[in-house]
Design a protein around this ligand. Structure first.
Ligand SMILES: Nc1ncnc2c1ncn2[C@@H]1O[C@H](COP(=O)(O)OP(=O)(O)OP(=O)(O)O)[C@@H](O)[C@H]1O
Length: 320
């Protein structure tokens, strides 16, 4: 709790973050995987870091958790500078990595016992901390099962339990549901949503639009190492793609004709597989709609504009 009249520090504040690597072309050249990235996570909220593969999300996560050192920029967790106060800053953070780096020969509980010791949780409160983490992850009944025998979804829940063992106020989730089937994914969404409703701040990287849309209060769209847009999903839609999209189907030359009519009318378009979508269609003059219909030789499908439209428009990438 902050004192009356004071402004609470953001759960996470990232400013001007830069990370360079040797360029794949070699010859001593370097490229910027993260290129002046800014982020802010409000206490108790979930920020979704949404970007295509290679956008720099994992590298950013690694710098926040101290696994990689930034070339430039600052990272503060509840006002604590990660560079100058790494221990205190890290104590506020729970980290849930993408890869399953659990010990498969030990039970779920034994894995958590190791983490509790590493996190220096006092011996007398370890059992209670482990019980609480198992309860959040709904793994009480599986605590004596060897990790190698758990399903993919259970392993992922155990990773989350492990990240929560020291009751952090900020949790970092790197692609929390990648590779899981839809039912398991939705179980994890319920778990993450519960965390947030209990006041834990969450930074979650994902390349699943639906995941960002369902869980994130704010979304930061990342492309080529930079945040290209940030806001609530609704604000991002309003700012970039409007309310309605018209989807035209037809042979390539017809779609190109629709695209040039849209360009002339100042409307953005995106390709969706075999179709072209004209965005912010609610603003199109009725005559332009008629010309497009004639060019496409048929009526379009009318649909609501989505966060996926924003993502494709801003990153130039199809949804993976
Ligand atoms: N240690 C490294 N050495 C060289 N290049 C790296 C290293 N780590 C990441 N990169 C490169 O930096 C860029 C950003 O990678 P990063 O993994 O951060 O992206 P991402 O958005 O997390 O994508 P993904 O979802 O595929 O993990 C990529 O081009 C990647 O190949």
């Amino acid at each position: 709790m902050s004192a009356p009249g004071t402004v609470a520090a953001p759960a996470l504040s990232v400013r001007g973050l830069v990370k360079e690597f040797p360029a794949p072309s070699g010859g001593g050249a370097r490229f910027r995987a993260v290129d002046g990235l800014d982020l802010a996570v409000r206490p108790g909220s979930c920020l979704g870091l949404l970007g295509p593969n290679g956008a720099g999300k994992s590298t950013t996560m690694r710098m926040i958790t101290g696994l990689a050192r930034p070339d430039r920029g600052s990272i503060e967790v509840f006002g604590l500078d990660v560079a100058t106060e790494p221990k205190r800053a890290r104590a506020q953070m729970g980290v849930v990595p993408q890869e399953e780096n659990l010990d498969f020969d030990l039970t779920a509980r034994q894995n958590l016992e190791i983490t509790a010791a590493l996190q220096r949780i006092p011996r007398r409160s370890r059992a209670a901390a482990i019980d609480a983490a198992l309860a959040v992850a709904q793994l009480e009944e599986k605590q004596k099962v060897k990790v190698g025998k758990l399903s993919g979804g259970m392993k992922r829940r155990l990773l989350i339990a492990r990240g929560l063992i020291h009751s952090p106020r900020l949790v970092l989730l790197d692609e929390p549901t990648v590779g899981l089937d839809p039912q398991v994914r939705s179980e994890l969404w319920t778990l993450i949503d519960k965390l947030r409703s209990e006041g834990v701040a969450v930074l979650m990287s994902t390349h699943y639009i639906e995941e960002a849309e369902r869980l994130a209060d704010d979304v930061a769209v990342v492309a080529k190492g930079r945040v290209v847009a940030t806001g609530t999903p609704a604000a991002l839609r309003a700012a970039h793609v409007g309310e309605q999209a018209l989807e035209y189907y037809g042979p390539p030359e017809r779609l190109e004709a629709v695209e040039s009519l849209a360009a002339r009318a100042g409307a953005a378009t995106r390709r969706t597989g075999p179709a072209v979508s004209v965005l912010r269609a609610e603003a199109l003059h009725v005559d332009v709609r008629e010309e497009m219909r004639a060019a496409a030789l048929g009526a379009p499908l009318e649909r609501v504009a989505t966060l996926e439209d924003v993502f494709v428009l801003l990153t130039g990438e199809q949804v993976g």
